[in-house]
Every structure is written in C-alpha cells, then in structure tokens.
Design a protein around this ligand. Structure first.
Ligand SMILES: O=P(O)(O)OC[C@H]1O[C@H](OP(=O)(O)OP(=O)(O)O)[C@H](O)[C@@H]1O
Ligand code: HPA
Length: 179
C-alpha cells in the first residue's frame, strides 16, 4: 500500500496538530451549547474520531452518507443521499464534519437540506480544502489545511475505495491510475 504513494501531503503529526487546533477553536465557539456533529461518510470518519477528542465540551454525533463521486477522481455533480440522519435537526447547532471540500457540491446540498429542516446554525469543519476547485459559493469556517488541485488519498480519503486506512495523506504514483 505505502509503495503506491508518490509523496506525502500531510503527515500524521500535521494531521494531529490540525485536529488539536480545530478542536480548540470549536471548543471556544460552542462552550455551553450542545452541538450536533454530523460526519459525512465515509471519508470523514478518521478525522471525526480524532477531532472530537480535542473538543472539550459536550457534543452529540450523527452520520449522513451522501455520494457525489463514483469510482474515479472526478465529481459527477450529482448528490445522492445514501443514509439520512436519524434525528431531527430543528433548532440544533450543527457542525458538519468533512474530510475534503472541493467543488462544494456535496456540502452545498447538505447545508440546503439542513436549513430546510430548520437547524439553528450550521458550520462546516473540513480537514482539507481545495479552493481552486470550487464551483459553488460555500466556505468552511474551520479548515485544517488548504491544498492545491491534486487528487489525494489516505486518512479516510479513497481511490476506488482503497487507501482510506493510510495514517497520512498523500499523492498516488501515476502508475496506480493506469493499473
Ligand atoms: O466538494 P465536492 O466536490 O462535493 O467533494 C467533496 C466530497 O467528495 C468526497 O466524498 P465521496 O462522494 O467521494 O464519498 P466518500 O467520503 O464515501 O469517499 C468527500 O468526502 C466529500 O464529501
Ligand atoms: O482528492 C480527493 N481524494 C479522494 N476523494 C476525494 N473526493 C473529493 N476530492 C477527493
């Protein structure tokens, strides 16, 4: 698995530092509230698990599974809800947790849905942000790292469902795409 990696974009240590910093910011902003952390499956699970350990106030956790990518490296622009939330968001302060914000299509659809369901507030935390790829006017309040327009894998992020279990984020060797 590690042999397929061309270079490392974010080391384990850089990811941990980002989780600590973001956790502190979120703690300060949500102290005394009970935010509902909504993890977007599947990519966000490693980040969510590490991030919430650094949020030093009460939170609740829920998950949604939406899909906008289907096997390759390009978005189709279509967002499908594969698993919806199990609880009402009405009046709740929502923190959406994502691994990566790219075109914004996925998060825009989720934010619209949660607004329609009358959430009190909605903020986004994303480990990675690719601002150069944005197609929709949406930004995350909490960003781990801004990265260039390269397809990355690891720490939840997949290529054809593989590499999610890498403890760091990296670029794949060109030959992996032509296998
Ligand atoms: O800003 P966008 O262009 O919409 O791209 C970002 C989305 O794409 C990825 O999800 P994906 O559909 O690949 O699902 P996964 O997390 O299960 O891999 C990622 O986890 C984000 O949800
Ligand atoms: O760079 C990426 N890698 C893996 N999955 C993704 N989904 C959106 N962008 C990416």
């Amino acid at each position: 698995m590690h042999n397929d990696i061309e270079s490392i974009v974010l080391t384990k240590e850089q990811i941990e530092a980002a989780c600590e910093r973001l956790g502190k910011e979120i703690t300060a902003d949500y102290e005394g509230k009970l935010p509902l952390c909504v993890g977007i499956l599947k990519g966000s699970i490693l980040f969510m698990a590490d991030l919430i350990k650094h949020i030093d106030t009460h939170v609740e956790m829920e998950f949604m599974d939406v899909s906008s990518y289907h096997g390759g490296t390009e978005s189709t622009g279509e967002v499908k809800i594969l698993k919806d939330l199990d609880v009402s968001v009405e009046g709740r302060d929502i923190i959406i947790i994502e691994d990566i914000l790219e075109t914004g299509t996925t998060l825009n659809a989720i934010v619209d849905l949660l607004k329609y369901r009358k959430a009190n507030s909605i903020e986004i935390v994303t480990l990675l942000d690719k601002p150069m790829r944005r197609k929709v006017d949406i930004e995350a309040k909490y960003v781990g790292e801004k990265i260039p327009d390269d397809f990355v894998v690891g720490y939840g992020l997949d290529y054809q469902e593989k590499y999610r279990n890498l403890p760091y984020i990296g670029l794949l060797k060109e030959e992996v795409y032509t296998k």
